[in-house]
Design a protein around this ligand. Structure first.
Ligand SMILES: O=C(O)C1=C[C@@H](OP(=O)(O)O)[C@@H](O)[C@H](O)C1
Ligand SMILES: C=C(OP(=O)(O)O)C(=O)O
Length: 412
């Protein structure tokens, strides 16, 4: 049995950085994720004038409830959607002119529902190029607050950004959501806001966010559940066993439920409050699964699907088409390169049993495509990645960690 310590959660680290910056006092973040996304987030805060110290064990942030300390800044958000969506909301609560830009990949991803909601709240905001996309300039003069309606059907991050900034507004926010994907991420947001001293009231689809200061915290980041999907899938695929300490039924992240999908396919799953173990049983069965709540793990499942004894159908995941790349197309393209029969529709993919052969994987600059198809490589000699370095977005040490498992499990 192997034990794998996976790096900290990207989603929890990003929220913790926002909350720390917005809080009164000094926050200490223990075991933060150190990766391109979270370093980009921290650097964004530094550009906005916050004091962020990144030590080897912990990050320390001086909070400022009035918004960014500087009156002018240019922030480059890299590929990180949490950075690109949460920081403009934080900036809007301050006073000054703040320009945000992002990578070509992130510029393509939508921002419009969030910037539209901020405009509805009176924020002066201009898109430089295409409406509803980066780059964007916020001429901030505080947010009065009020009542808004939000479509979070393309991304829950729009709602998270507004929830996080709500307590910094003069009168609070009342947000009614008309559609919502990735709902467990909103639960992470609400739980973490509570951890920093703010309670959001919810009635059906409406969230009431009080105008109330956040309090600094000493906060330990849990391991990343989406990252954990790779070793868990690897164990299920190769008939081995792996335990992920620090992630179990008590986790904040919904993606921990990916283990249950492996369980439905025939792997043995043991979950305690703070650990999960998956043991492969030598075979995987086909499954039809709705992954709307846990869509970052769609590529992981797609990449092991050919080895199941029946079709694997993944449903209700339109928004995977607007992630780092169009993930349904990228999965389909790469499965076909491996000789696997696959069909896709607007919001689903169906993968048929096959014996994959060697091929080069087109990563499309997407860490999850790179990591997922590396797992396929445990059972398929000769799989290579055209861009192995893109794993740095969330797990810079991925390839070394996988090599460690290969060795422990004696896989060639
Ligand atoms: O809020 C978050 O931290 C995230 C929310 C999800 O995005 P969507 O809500 O856009 O699906 C998820 O895919 C992303 O990796 C992280
Ligand atoms: C979609 C992802 O990232 P983000 O939206 O935070 O850029 C991801 O990590 O799979």
């Amino acid at each position: 049995m192997s034990i794998m310590h996976v790096p900290g959660s990207k989603s929890v680290t990003a929220r913790a950085l926002f909350l720390a910056a917005a809080a009164r006092g000094t926050t200490v973040l223990r075991r933060p994720l150190v990766s391109d996304d979270t370093e980009g987030f921290a650097e964004g805060l530094v550009k906005l004038g916050y004091a962020v110290e990144r030590g080897p064990e912990a990050w320390t942030i001086e909070g400022r409830p009035e918004g960014p300390p500087v009156g002018e800044a240019e922030v480059y958000c890299r590929d990180g959607a949490t950075t690109a969506r949460f920081l403009p909301a934080l900036a809007a609560a301050g006073h000054g002119v703040f320009r945000f830009d992002a990578s070509a990949q992130m510029r393509r991803r939508p921002l419009g529902p969030l910037t539209g909601a901020l405009r509805d709240l009176g924020v002066d905001l201009t898109h430089e190029g295409a409406e509803g996309h980066h780059p964007v300039t916020v001429r901030a003069n505080g947010i009065k607050g009020g009542r808004i309606t939000l479509d979070a059907g393309l991304s829950s991050q729009f709602l998270t950004a507004l929830l996080l900034v709500g307590p910094l507004t003069a009168e609070g926010l009342e947000i009614t959501v008309t559609d919502l994907v990735s709902a467990p991420y909103v639960e992470i947001t609400l739980a973490m806001m509570r951890g920093f001293g703010v309670e959001v009231r919810r009635s059906g689809e409406t969230f009431f966010v009080p105008p109330q200061p956040y309090t600094a915290a000493d906060y330990t980041i849990e391991p990343d559940a989406s990252t954990a999907s790779y070793p868990l899938a690897a164990a299920a695929l190769t008939g081995n066993s792996v335990t992920i300490p620090g992630l179990g039924s008590g986790a904040l992240q919904g993606d921990v439920r990916f283990a249950e999908v492996l369980g439905q396919m025939g792997a043995e799953v043991e979950m305690s409050h703070d650990a999960v173990t998956v043991t492969g049983t030598g075979s995987l069965s086909g499954v039809t699964v709705n992954m709307r709540d846990i869509s970052d793990t769609v590529p992981t499942l797609a990449a092991i699907a050919p080895f199941a004894d029946g079709p694997v159908r993944i449903e209700d995941v339109y928004n995977t088409r607007i992630k780092e790349c169009d993930r349904l197309e990228a999965c389909a393209e790469n499965l076909r390169r491996l000789g696997v029969p696959v069909t896709t529709g607007r919001d689903w993919i169906e993968i048929h049993p096959a014996r994959p052969h060697a091929a080069e994987i087109a990563c499309h600059g997407d860490h999850r495509i790179a990591m997922s198809f590396s797992i396929t490589g445990l059972r398929t000699p000769g799989i290579t990645l055209d861009e192995p370095g893109c794993v740095k977005k969330t797990f810079p040490g991925f390839h070394e960690a996988l090599a460690g498992l290969r060795e422990e499990w004696d896989l060639r």
